[in-house]
Design a protein around this ligand. Structure first.
Ligand SMILES: Nc1ncnc2c1ncn2[C@@H]1O[C@H](COP(=O)(O)OP(=O)(O)OP(=O)(O)O)[C@@H](O)[C@H]1O
Length: 383
């Protein structure tokens, strides 16, 4: 037991974390055993991240732990689900010891009275609240140019007309009409389970639910014979889980160049032109000295910046950033938001930012809000 936690030594503890959810998902897939959501037919895999968190919390409460570790408990939660969880935790705090691990200062529960910082492999107990970091422009150089000029004559990259999606009886999207034009900067908002991931999968060509609907992707009507590849070649995409697909040893330079050839890892010898372009991105990120460093040796925040740069390096027509600040601390999240603002303003790429957490520094020019109703979520354009 680390110093400071001796009183919990022989007590029964429980862990509320994303890794626990992943563990139960694995259990469900491998052994076909439902533990977290026994009362529903639905698999954990198909649940929204908010629904999974609720299921884990319910299960842990049944175990009646004497202390509970909350590992970034509010990541991936919208405001309503977060308030709901804060309420439950506040009640629990009367009878149970809590250890809150957090990366974003705004997540700190008001009644947590002892604080420590994890630094250099050690726990440092804090006497005073920490100060905010400085807010200078972290990326002063210009955005590296597109490797080739693309000619796009379509007025809209994406067009959805009255698109509805249901899974069995569950109505998820209700008559969504939305257009993304070249160079737009959109934020997609909506509470947990409102259908954000479902909507993204219609745009990326990954959902069979797109068939038979009026959806136009990069000038083609969906279902007109285009392949998923035809769609994906126009899209740069990141989700936090994409990082997990890069197993093995890839240097930063290789990681960036792999974004030009759309591969997970680099299996061709890069040209000098590709190396120069990767060099310009490394300079922008302040990582020039680290060009031969392995991606997995970077901090999580640096990895996320590199993943954003990798998705943007070819200046795709559409860049989709799905929860790009999830699991990051304040400073790292701020850097990602600055980089996204820069990519949106200094390029012709349309940017779509999806996040539960309101990022105050994000400067989208349009917001699509999904509002759940009985008939599925309606899409409201806020700006
Ligand atoms: N394959 C599926 N089968 C059954 N239900 C599904 C399936 N995929 C999604 N759903 C349901 O559709 C709803 C919308 O899910 P979706 O993942 O799109 O929401 P979300 O807004 O991305 O949520 P979150 O922000 O929590 O990730 C949820 O209630 C989810 O359980």
């Amino acid at each position: 037991m680390p110093s400071g936690f001796e009183e919990l030594e022989h007590k029964k503890g429980a862990l509320f974390s994303t890794s626990e959810i992943l563990r139960w998902m694995e259990e469900e897939l491998r052994h076909d055993r439902k533990v977290l959501a026994r009362e529903t037919e639905q698999s954990l895999q198909s649940m929204s991240s908010g629904e999974r968190k609720k299921a884990l919390f319910r299960y842990l409460m049944e175990q009646q732990p004497e202390y509970l570790i909350l590992d970034n408990a509010f990541d991936n939660l919208d405001r309503g689900s977060r308030d709901d969880l804060v309420g439950k935790i506040t009640v629990l705090a009367d009878s149970t010891s809590l250890i809150q691990i957090l990366s974003r200062r705004s997540d700190l529960l008001p009644f947590i009275d002892k604080r420590a910082r994890w630094e250099g492999g050690e726990l440092m107990w804090l006497k005073h609240p920490e100060k905010e970091g400085p807010g200078n422009d972290p990326f002063p150089t210009a955005l590296p140019p597109a490797p080739e000029t693309r000619v796009n004559t379509d007025p809209f990259l994406i067009e959805l007309r009255d698109v509805s999606v249901s899974f069995g009886d569950r109505k998820v999207l209700d008559r969504i009409t939305w257009k993304i034009a070249p160079g737009d900067f959109w934020e997609l908002r909506g509470p947990n389970g409102s259908g954000k991931t479902t909507l993204l999968s219609l745009i990326t060509g990954d959902s069979p639910k797109a068939y038979g609907q009026e959806i136009y992707l990069f000038g083609n009507r969906k279902g007109s014979g285009e392949s998923v590849w035809d769609i994906k070649q126009h899209i740069g995409y990141i989700t936090p889980s994409l990082t997990d697909r890069f197993r093995g040893y890839h240097t930063l330079e290789q990681m960036l160049i792999s974004g030009l050839v759309d591969s997970i890892g680099l299996y061709t010898i890069p040209t000098e032109k590709q190396k120069d372009l990767a060099g310009s991105w490394l300079e922008l990120l302040g990582l020039t000295e680290s060009k031969n460093t392995y991606f997995h040796d970077l901090s999580k925040g640096q990895q996320r910046l590199v993943m954003c740069a990798r998705a943007m390096i070819k200046h795709p027509l559409l860049l989709i950033l799905d929860e790009p600040t999830a699991d990051l601390d304040d400073h790292a999240a701020e850097l990602v938001v600055h980089l996204v603002n820069k990519m949106a303003t200094e390029s012709h790429t349309a940017v779509l930012f999806v996040s539960h957490r309101e990022e105050p520094e994000l400067k989208p020019r349009g917001i699509l809000q999904l509002n759940p109703t009985e008939a599925g979520s309606e899409g409201i354009i806020l700006r």
